[in-house]
Design a protein around this ligand. Sequence first.
Ligand code: PBG
Length: 343
Amino acid sequence: MNKFTPTKPAGARSVDEITGSRRLRRMRKADWSRRLVQENRLTVDDLIWPIFLTSGTNVREPIDAMPDVFRLSIDEAVREAERAAKLGIPAIATFPNIEAGRKDEAGSHILDPDNLINAATRAIKAAVPQIGIITDVALDPFTSHGHDGILREGIIVNDETVEQVAAAAVLQAAAGADIIAPSDMMDGRIGAIRDALDANGFQDVAIMSYATKFASAFYGPYREAIGTQGLLKGDKKTYYIDHANSDEAVREAEQDLAEGADMLMVKPGLPYLDIIRRLKDEFAIPTFAYQVSGEYAMIKAAAANGWIDGEKVMLESLLAFKRAGCDGILTYFAPRVAEILKG
Ligand code: PBG
């Protein structure tokens, strides 16, 4: 018996008998050792900032369900893009709130080369050429019924929608978009967009596929933001993935990659970390998550009530995406996170 043998009450088992020599807490004992063994890190390079656009000038309209998020006129969006670039955020993603008068059954205003989204891309590209611009080609901001496709006799028609979405992608690329991100979930859209981009000389414009977009209740505040809230009749279950399914998400991603997607996205984010991990393991391709409006709203609401520490939960939720296998995250928290990470 050496002098270091711990004393223990008669009959008690020593901790060493339970753990052997294994002590995971050794590496947790100090800040320096925790930093040394930390497996995942969130950096500003992981952030994509989704912003909302509206017409007019000098407009910053608050969105009730998304505190600290605004609908921005193009001049304001340019200022925010400048701020994002200064913070080191690699890319922004734009979503337009289209005036009611410009919406129709087919979402045809998406084919106007000077619509809000294309005009914003041109303005941002001209002022802030160093930031990446990601644009969505889904029809929902442009349709009078709020669906992502063309509605005919109660059905969202696939092939006609795909043709229109591909044409819209070419216009968005012509305006200066770096990445086309189709969120509509029509079958065959990735291949059609790739072909259309290539045929028009946009071989270098990438496609980030919203490959696994689930039919979800977490999109509510977004619909307030782009003004489709009261318009949407029915739901999107005939084109988004049933949120009970995971194998189907893998098949969807596989098809999109075969059709030419450069990146995959999982949406919503935090409730779907299992999907992120499956896709990353299966395909080893750049994988992104969209921490959607409802996830943002929940964190902001609980924080506003003093029920959680909002900033800590924000950072923890974003790091969880990295741990699950994400290369980056679309998040409304992007500028705040970038400020914090900058110190
Ligand atoms: C639709 C679209 C949605 C979001 C972005 N584009 C979902 C929807 O309204 O059905 C959601 C984004 C968010 O909730 O933050 N193409």
